[in-house]
Design a protein around this ligand. Structure first.
Ligand code: FRU
Length: 485
């Protein structure tokens, strides 16, 4: 049996029952999942691949799992697309992307190969590889690897050279990949090709100049409303005010593109998400021209999953990106609206003290709260709550800070439980939209100009929502259950 057949058989025989999982957030059939890969349209369907180790709930030799959807929310599982079964990818089929071509659905991914030096020291090299398929089955091409580390300028890392993101402009294919320079600083390298098999090195599209962490993983580069956006996920970030936090983070660099030197001219750099669980985002363009981003909703540093649970890893809700007045906005895909049921709507409701609101509870919902005014100083939303557990979002009005806190969510490990977000465009009205799906909360602030994403594995029966206000607040509330069937 091939490695691919083995993975497929394992997936078929061990699939987890959907009742144990979130309702509309993507999760693997069984086992471990990290980065989204190959997020693309092929033959009118939305394809999502992902870093996958079906055999256990921890990271292992990387396969590519595969699913399709018509609307970003209902996913159909497909056979595993790639297994690490060739010399050039034996140590793993790492992250990459996909594109529809006349030859078929092309996957470009990082093959990790072990090397043994003369003294017997083992190492790895990373190179870029191609597989072509019909939307279900994929074959690795004979010319692999199609880009080797030797094609990089001298001094660039051949060990850290990964996560190609491909696109086409006119008749030319381009890809960006994460890399490190001689100083061990993160950079994004750009390649181009006419035929997908032979690639030429073009430039360093951007580098971190000693800021923004070290190795840059999972780059993505695209134009958006007259600007260019480079997304990268740096490792080893260092905290800076309330904009960047320590560790693995995902950032956006927004600016213009100097086409002559093939360089990004960045004008602003910001965190894509201020929560504890958001990494390795990847985007795609829909047929109606929307730029959609999905990310791994977990953190490398904190594994808070309950030990008994046999699947590990969720994706964020796919988010529409937009730049308006120089600001990047992200909001849940509009397709979510068709699955919103049983609206509960209050306008101009006065809240004071601790209160529950009829019809406003649950763990799978889309909840919008507009704080119109009042004399309060702090306003707290407790959710996923019962007598034992609770997570919260607290708004400190004069400080202009929102804090997320999962200390009492039932995490039995020493994990980071709080994150603060400084509201960038404070206005008289504060708009919050919370997307809850059993084990996750995605908070979109002021129409999506900032987002905070965090997970918690609180037992599902904890489903109360309590509002606590230290004065009086006048609020508009709109709550929907989200149901896929
Ligand atoms: C990011 C990452 C990628 C790599 C993959 C391996 O989370 O480290 O750089 O390709 O995960 O699974």
């Amino acid at each position: 049996m091939t490695k691919l057949e083995k993975a497929n058989q394992y997936q078929e025989e061990n699939r987890i029952d959907v009742s144990e999982k979130p309702v509309f957030h993507f999760t693997p059939p069984i086992g471990w999942m990290n980065d989204p890969n190959g997020f693309s349209i092929y033959q009118d369907k939305i394809h999502l691949f992902y870093q996958y180790h079906p055999y256990s709930d921890v990271w292992g030799p990387m396969h590519w799992g595969h699913s399709v959807s018509d609307d970003f929310l209902k996913w159909q599982e497909l056979p595993v697309a790639l297994a690490p079964d060739k010399d050039f990818d034996f140590a793993g089929c790492f992250s990459g992307s996909a594109i529809e071509t006349p030859e078929g659905h092309v996957l470009v991914y990082t093959g990790v190969q072990e090397t043994v030096e003369e003294g017997g020291t083992k190492g790895v090299i990373q190179h870029q590889c191609l597989a072509i398929g019909d939307g279900i089955r994929y074959e690795k091409v004979d010319d692999n690897p199609v880009i080797s580390g030797e094609q990089l300028p001298e001094g660039f890392s051949v060990e850290d050279f990964r996560d190609p993101k491909i696109w086409k402009e006119d008749e030319t294919y381009y890809l960006v990949a994460g890399n490190k320079n001689e100083q061990q600083n993160g950079q994004v390298v750009l390649f181009q090709s006419e035929n997908l098999r032979t690639w030429t090195y073009v430039s360093v599209l951007a580098d971190n100049q000693g800021k923004y962490g070290m190795m840059w993983e999972c780059p993505d580069f695209f134009s958006l409303n007259d600007k260019y956006v480079l997304i990268v996920s740096p490792q080893n970030m260092q905290a800076d005010g309330k904009e960047f936090y320590d560790g693995n983070q995902s950032i956006a660099m927004i600016g213009n593109y100097d086409r002559r030197n093939c360089r990004l001219l960045e004008e602003q750099v910001l965190s894509l998400d201020y929560g504890t669980d958001f990494y390795a985002p990847q985007t795609m363009e829909t047929q109606d021209g929307r730029r959609i981003m999905i990310a791994w909703m977990q953190s490398w540093e904190m594994n808070i999953k309950p030990a008994k649970q046999k699947w590990n890893g969720m994706m964020t809700i796919p988010r529409e990106l937009e730049i308006r007045n120089g600001k990047l906005y992200q909001n849940p895909v509009r397709e979510l609206e068709k699955y919103r049921m049983e609206p509960v709507i209050y306008r101009g409701k006065e809240l004071s003290g601790a209160c529950t609101i009829p019809g406003v509870s649950g763990r799978v919902l889309d909840l919008s709260i507009e704080l119109q005014g009042g004399d309060y100083e702090t306003f707290t939303i407790q959710f996923a709550k019962n007598e034992k557990y609770c997570s919260k979002v607290c708004y400190d009005r004069s400080a202009g800070i929102i804090e997320f806190d999962r200390t009492d969510s039932g995490i039995s490990r020493d994990a980071l439980c709080r994150r603060e977000i400084k509201i960038k465009n404070p206005d008289k009205i504060l708009k919050l939209r919370m997307i809850l799906d059993k084990f996750s909360m995605e908070l979109f602030i002021n129409d999506g100009v900032q987002a905070l994403t965090s997970i918690f594995y609180t037992p599902p029966e904890a489903e109360e929502i309590v509002f606590i206000c230290d004065g009086t607040a006048c609020v508009n509330i709109e709550k929907y259950m989200v149901m896929l069937d």
